[in-house]
Design a protein around this ligand. Structure first.
Ligand SMILES: *Cc1c(COP(=O)(O)O)cnc(C)c1O
Length: 368
């Protein structure tokens, strides 16, 4: 069996370190706030080169909280990418705002040539997604947001330490939102998320809001919510953070090998790497002919694959009320039936990559 994601290798490698920090958290009762959270927030912010990192409960909360703290109000419009995990839009709706969807470019990032056409007088923010681990054309998004005075929140849930023009994704906008869901490149042992920003005022508002409107016990100066990153998760993430560069590099190497081995297969389009982007391959997504049959064939060979995502957000049942149709988002719509995510995780064995590729080629040879 070739699993879609296999973390056993990396978790075995760091098992002793993880076990030790879990014991420390228990011994020190550092479950909520405490030094492990503080260390992680500092380490994560320092590694990115930003002033503030605020741990929250999950990546979806991170987006909703960032929007809310930045002053986005019910009825405001927020432009985002049609092809993303549903959470990007869910967070916008959660605070009462309206998602406005834009199609994507050949690298699965928001098509920046379409953003200005989507701007109305109600538009207040743009949330581009660095999907699959690759930067979108974020420099251009920055320009558009500056020109139209729009808030820029990066959805960096799939792009921990990927780069564009030698700058980390997550450091271009007013704030960026991270998820530490277990399968993300930097994954906790449960839910987790963070918001990063260089804006002191925004960071203070977020810190207040996520802890019932208080920074001092029982002094609630505002109405807030409870969304915090657990001490246990922070301690685990602290350990994993030391290895993330290595793991990201291993993912990239795996992807480059896939690209090389699949390049002569003309019924497949391998993922393209944007110029000046450092892709960290959260997902390795090909576009292929007869996708469902190929997926079924690979399954019969004990190779797990995924589809990210089977339906673009505006075409999901929950978002039908916004009345998008395929003609409005042709690329996202067309890709729904073509994209396939092949197994990738740090340390995936070369022989497994070769096996997947052989099976893919075998499937297409049998078609001929
Ligand atoms: C995972 C993910 C989220 C949400 O993160 P959770 O921690 O699962 O709430 C948001 N956006 C994108 C692009 C994601 O991949």
């Amino acid at each position: 069996m070739i699993s879609f994601i296999d973390f056993s290798k990396i978790h075995n490698e760091i098992k002793n370190e993880i076990d030790a920090v879990i014991q420390n958290v228990i011994n020190e009762n550092a479950f909520v706030f405490g030094r492990y959270l503080q260390e992680f927030e500092n380490n994560f912010a320092n590694k990115l080169g930003v002033k503030h990192c605020i741990g929250v409960n999950n990546g979806t909360d991170a987006i909703a909280i960032a929007l809310k703290a930045a002053g986005i109000k019910p009825g405001d419009e927020v432009i985002t990418s049609a092809n993303s995990f549903v959470a990007t839009a869910g967070a916008i709706v959660q605070i009462g705002a309206k998602p406005v969807f834009v199609d994507h470019d050949e690298y699965y990032g928001i098509d920046t040539s379409l953003i200005e056409k989507a701007i109305t007088e109600r538009t207040k923010a743009v949330i581009p997604v660095h999907l699959y681990g690759q930067a979108c054309n974020i420099s251009e998004v920055v320009n558009i947001c500056k020109k139209h005075k729009l808030l820029l929140i990066e959805d960096a849930a799939q792009s921990h330490f990927s780069k564009y023009k030698n700058q980390f994704t997550g450091t271009f906008g007013d704030a960026a939102c991270y998820s530490f869901y277990p399968s993300k490149n930097l994954g906790a042992f449960g839910d987790g998320g963070a918001i990063v920003t260089n804006n002191d005022n925004l960071a203070n508002k977020i810190r207040l809001y996520i802890n019932h409107g208080s920074t001092q016990k029982y002094k609630h100066i505002e109405i807030g919510i409870n969304s915090r990153l657990d001490g246990l998760q922070a301690a685990i993430l602290n350990v994993k953070l030391k290895y993330i560069d290595k793991w990201n590099k291993q993912r990239l190497e795996a992807a480059l090998l896939y690209n090389q081995l699949l390049k002569d297969c003309d019924l497949i389009e391998v993922p393209k790497i944007r110029e000046q982007a450092t892709h960290i391959f959260h997902l390795y997504v090909i576009k292929c002919h007869k996708r469902d049959q190929l997926q079924g064939y690979l399954k019969s060979k004990n190779i797990q694959t995924g589809i990210h995502y089977p339906e673009a957000i505006p075409f999901l049942t929950a978002y039908k009320y916004l009345n998008y149709n395929p003609k409005m988002l042709p690329i996202s719509y067309e890709n729904q039936s073509k994209i396939l995510s092949l197994p990738i995780s740090p340390g995936i064995r070369e022989e497994n990559i070769r096996l997947v590729v052989e099976s893919v080629k075998h499937f297409y040879n049998d078609l001929k």
